[in-house]
Design a protein around this ligand. Structure first.
Ligand code: HEC
Ligand code: HEC
Length: 428
């Protein structure tokens, strides 16, 4: 916690600087005439952390406002706690800029156990599934509350690293039907499964977000993150997580419930929904061809193919919670060049973590999008769900299960072709 707090004050300086920068960018965007129409993610002038091209003035303002809420440190008066992982979204989604990936320093711990009947138990009654080590006793004088620890009966302990959020709004607007169309036998022993989840309105949906595609959409994930990471209850996720599953002393929670009436929840969502994907770097034609010939493309679907994804023709964005909505041109009918089918694949025991989320088993993962891989590699962010693979070859060693045949094909390539393939994905 000491480190976390020291980081917090350093970060506020960063936030002020970011604010000044944002206001400048926001102003610049407002005074520019909309001179050209570029496809999302293909505009080479988009810098990391920028919004999508072609936002309206209102959308630009929503993004800018959201960036401040995403980038702020919460405190007990604003609803933080009683327990939490970190003080704000930007603590874990920060590399190399806000909206980016997490690092080993901020990795999350999840825990659970297997019941006697073989089913998975997220140990909610002992504070699971996410470990929240931070507590308000550091902020409220008369609050005595220990941070959570992994309970002794947890037999499963897993590490999950925050994925980068660049382009998340495009992923959010991929229709379920397109994802389901890829949940078929692709050959080479590959058949992805769509995670079936419930959205914030109780409707059945295909999972889009989370390492196991356990959340339907971006508004829902943002609301769940506010509550499970910072303890900020909101209209979508209204109940405080109980520390270690036990009632907490009333002194440890300062704000009225829900802590947020939906205003800050929607603001955070606005930042994430409009974050542009990073433009890919220099192409490597041979590497790209080999990526397809060995079968990586069966799960990491490349752009411009019949099975790749495009956002819905009228992407709807709520301006306020449960109120006015707009159709976003910037998010509508856009190619989503994410190099993922968003389906669950069994990657084998060596990559499994034992955590079950809806239909996702302990060895299944959502295909990791490869867009943005260049950013991870150039900033030393480890690969795979737990960030434990330092480079592409180590990530491929952990591709077992359904990916086994494709990995054998990769291993049979000449050293030059392997190098080219790795160079190709490393530029994305
Ligand atoms: C303690 C670190 C931490 C904090 C703080 C945090 N996140 Fe995350 N975030 C994660 C991890 C870990 C995952 C992957 C979770 C999983 O699937 O198990 C994740 C996943 C996500 C995803 C899904 C991305 C995808 O590709 O599926 C979104 C969206 C997200 N976070 C938004 C937020 C927002 C918004 C906040 C603040 C309200 C936030 N996060 C705060 C660690 C964090
Ligand atoms: C059966 C589907 C499947 C195939 C085939 C496949 N992958 Fe993956 N890939 C995944 C899944 C699922 C993950 C996420 C695993 C995890 O997080 O533990 C992943 C993760 C990765 C990552 C790590 C990305 C990151 O940001 O952490 C890289 C790199 C990668 N794959 C490259 C490849 C390459 C190159 C090939 C072809 C040689 C390939 N994959 C074939 C499903 C597949």
């Amino acid at each position: 916690m000491k480190n976390c707090l020291r980081l917090a004050s350093l970060r506020s300086v960063g936030v002020v600087l970011a604010l000044v920068g944002l206001m400048t960018v926001g102003f610049w965007v407002l005074v520019q005439p909309a001179s050209h129409v570029a496809k999302a993610g293909t505009d080479a002038t988009t810098a990391l952390g920028d919004p999508l091209p072609n936002l309206t003035a209102l959308e630009t303002q929503m993004f800018g406002q959201g960036a401040l809420t995403f980038g702020k440190d919460w405190d007990a008066l604003g609803g933080l706690g009683p327990v939490f992982t970190q003080l704000g979204c930007q603590m874990c989604h920060a590399t190399p800029v806000n909206g980016g990936a997490g690092t080993a320093a901020t990795i999350s711990t999840l825990f659970g156990k297997i019941n006697t009947d073989g089913s998975f138990n997220p140990l909610t009654n002992e504070g699971g599934i996410v470990l929240q080590p931070g507590t308000n006793q550091h902020f409220i004088a008369n609050c005595k509350l220990k941070g959570e620890v992994v309970p002794p009966d947890a037999t499963i302990v897993a590490k999950h690293q925050a994925p980068p959020l660049f382009g998340a709004g495009l992923i959010d607007n991929i229709p379920d039907s397109q994802i389901l169309a890829n949940a078929v036998d692709k050959g080479l022993g590959i058949r992805g499964v769509a995670n079936q989840v419930t959205d914030e309105n109780g409707n059945p949906r295909v999972g889009h977000f989370g390492l196991k595609a356990q959340a339907a959409d971006l508004l829902q994930f943002s609301a769940l993150a506010m509550q499970h990471e910072m303890g900020i209850t909101n209209p979508i996720s209204p109940n405080e997580d109980l520390p270690q599953g036990k009632p907490f002393p009333p002194a440890c929670s300062k704000d009225t419930e829900p802590n947020d009436n939906g205003t800050q929840m929607v603001a955070i969502y606005h930042f994430v929904v409009y974050l542009a994907p990073n433009p890919p770097g220099l192409p490597n034609a041979n590497g790209q061809a080999k990526f397809i010939s060995v079968g990586c493309d069966h799960c990491h679907i490349p752009p411009g193919t019949p099975s790749s994804y495009t956002t819905s023709p009228s992407a709807i964005v709520p301006v306020v919670y449960n109120g006015r909505t707009i159709v976003s041109r910037a998010l509508s009918s856009q190619p989503v060049n994410l190099y993922s089918d968003l389906l669950l694949h069994d990657m084998g025991g060596a990559d499994g973590d034992g955590i079950v989320m809806s239909l996702a088993t302990g060895t299944q993962w959502r295909t990791a999008p490869l867009w943005g891989l260049s950013i991870k590699l150039s900033h030393g962010i480890g690969l795979l769900h737990d960030g434990s693979a330092p480079d592409v070859p180590s990530a491929l060693v952990r591709h077992g299960g359904e990916a086994s045949t494709v990995i054998s094909n990769f291993n049979a390539l000449s050293p030059q072709d392997q190098t080219d393939l790795i160079a190709f994905i490393s530029s994305l």
